[in-house]
Design a protein around this ligand. Structure first.
Ligand code: HEM
Length: 514
């Protein structure tokens, strides 16, 4: 990292000083929103007639309206610009332009987020981290929306309750583990997420140091119309690094924006965050051979049943110009796909195809695709009007189709498969992937103990009946897991007998010693 004039290596705290360095003089005359210059006598409102001070009125009436709804999930985040570079020939599997032509670079905007925090929350809680990618390809925008954990859920109708139960109690407005465990024991398909989040992988040491996955299995095709089934996996080039609960607690107490700061500083220092894109691939024939459902989001593909190819590199090398313009207003939508990618056939994806657009029409308005950050490189359409922004509203072009006046015409994608895969999904909950996770990914005794301690901590204060069900469920996954959590919970409960204030004092002492 470079060292700044205040002796720190923190580009975040230097941002304003950097601005002044680039602009040694004021950047211009201050104007009202309407462009007329502001007289210095109007910047004081004392002893003046407020109704005749247009400047005061414009200032405040805009301020009064400056909040838009935050995202219902993943509200807290940070944006960055970068590019995707093709490093390997994957044309055998996928015809999408963005993945073809070694050396080709496609501009991207990314947004890094934490799943359950409101705007202004902490980066350091055990919850999903998101990486949303918008590729501005020559065939339209491709959005790949990723999580740092490669599994999720089965039935999309449970998403609302999962999101609600993972967040604040509507009465106390405090994160509530009773809600969380109650929901998890009633919908055990979500237990696996909880296991991942309470393992060592649960709190990455910043966005740069984690892998990230769109999770679904995408149906794709090559230029000959042959179909393949692909999982896209972005693997961090810097390596995987995670924080323990104690480290996260200490850092979070000092800097709840630790992840955002780390990303911003790394880009400022030219230490660009980068990921390698790997594609795990199954053929149509493979589907008839394998003995598991490759479209089930609650399980990973079995080793040895698929091939993996490297496709390219994702690099973030530029800060956004302005976080509201380029991150808050971005509308990532998993349904933004391009020729060569049909999309995943599972029920969760089908639901996502609808609900992202729905929430963005509410959050940003029906013309959000027209804002600079969301607009594709090229588009011609028959949509018109609506609440701004409307860009050029297609000027004088015909606004209906078909027409005889040379409005935009559809094209023919010769390679696009005529048939789509239709899958029937099994609603049964399978504890086997959870047991496998506990016995393989969680690969050491010490790791299992840390995970049990974290799970026990999440059970502290949970009502008795729910606690009993949770321990039973964990024991069904693995007897060793159930036993460890039961033991760890006894210890945690003994500690909880100590009055709250005393506990905080002790914790503070521990932190000051660590
Ligand atoms: C039924 C399933 C799901 C539903 C209904 C759902 C719904 C949503 C909604 C409504 C948003 C807010 C979007 C916005 O306001 O712009 C969102 C954001 C997000 N979702 Fe999902 N989601 C689902 C599953 C998933 C899955 C499978 C992933 C990843 C593999 C995912 C990753 C994310 C991420 C990273 C964001 C933040 C997007 C951003 O940065 O703007 N979600 N989700």
């Amino acid at each position: 990292y470079q060292c700044y004039d205040n002796g720190t290596a923190d580009a975040v705290s230097q941002q304003l000083a950097d601005f002044r360095r680039r602009h040694p003089r004021p950047i211009g005359v201050w104007t009202k929103l309407t462009g007329d210059p502001i007289d210095i006598r109007d910047i004081v409102s004392l002893n003046t007639d407020i109704f005749n001070n247009k400047h005061h009125f414009l200032l405040m009436s805009h301020f009064d309206r400056e909040r838009i709804p935050e995202r219902v999930v993943h509200a807290k985040g940070i944006g960055a610009f970068g590019y995707y570079e093709v490093t390997n020939d994957v044309s055998k599997y996928i015809s999408a332009d963005v993945f073809n032509g070694i050396g080709k670079r496609t501009p991207i905007v990314g947004r890094f987020s934490t799943a359950s925090q409101n705007l202004g929350g902490t980066d350091l809680r055990r919850e999903f981290k998101g990486v949303s990618l918008k590729f501005y390809t020559r065939q339209g925008n491709l959005d790949l929306i990723c999580l740092n954990i490669p599994i999720l859920m089965k039935d999309p109708i449970d998403f609302l309750s999962f999101a609600h139960a993972s967040r604040r109690n509507p009465q106390t407005s405090i994160f509530d583990n009773t809600m969380r465990w109650d929901f998890t024991t009633l919908r055990p398909q979500f237990l696996q997420i909880f296991l991942w989040l309470n393992s060592d992988l649960g709190i990455p040491d910043g966005y740069r140091k984690m892998n990230t996955f769109p999770v679904h299995t995408y149906e794709v095709y090559n230029k000959h119309g042959e179909t393949f089934y692909v999982k896209f996996n972005f693997r961090t080039e810097i390596g995987l690094f995670n924080l323990t609960s104690a480290q996260a607690l200490a850092i979070g107490a000092d800097d709840p924006d630790y992840y955002n700061r780390d990303l911003y500083n790394a880009i400022a220092a030219g230490d660009y965050p980068a990921w390698r894109l790997e594609m795990d691939i199954l053929t149509k024939d493979d589907l008839t051979r394998i003995d598991y459902d490759p479209f089930d989001l609650t399980r990973q593909w079995k080793r040895g049943t698929y091939r993996t190819v490297t496709a390219g590199r994702l690099v973030f090398n530029r800060h956004v110009d302005n976080n509201f313009k380029d991150a808050e207003q971005t509308a990532f939508n998993p349904d933004n796909l391009v020729p060569g990618i049909v999309g995943p056939p599972d029920a969760v994806f089908k639901a996502r195809r609808i609900f992202y657009l729905d929430t963005q029409n509410y959050r940003l308005g029906v013309n959000h695709v027209n804002s600079r950050i969301n607009a594709p490189l090229y588009d011609r359409n028959y949509n018109r009007d609506g609440m701004p922004p409307v860009r050029n509203n297609m000027k004088d072009a015909p606004n209906y189709y078909p027409n005889s006046f040379n409005g935009p015409m559809p094209y023919v994608d010769e390679a696009r498969p005529t048939e789509r895969l239709f899958i029937m999904e099994n609603a049964a909950v399978d504890l086997q992937p959870m047991s496998e996770f506990y016995n393989t990914v969680v690969d050491t005794d010490a790791h299992r103990q840390r995970m049990a301690d974290n799970l026990a901590a999440s059970l502290e204060g949970v009502s008795q009946d729910i606690e009993k069900k949770a321990l039973k469920l964990l024991t069904l996954v693995d007897i060793d897991l159930g036993t460890r959590v039961t033991q760890a919970l006894k210890v945690a409960k003994a500690a909880a007998m100590i009055p709250l204030r005393e506990r905080y004092n002790r914790r503070a002492q521990c932190l000051s010693m660590s």
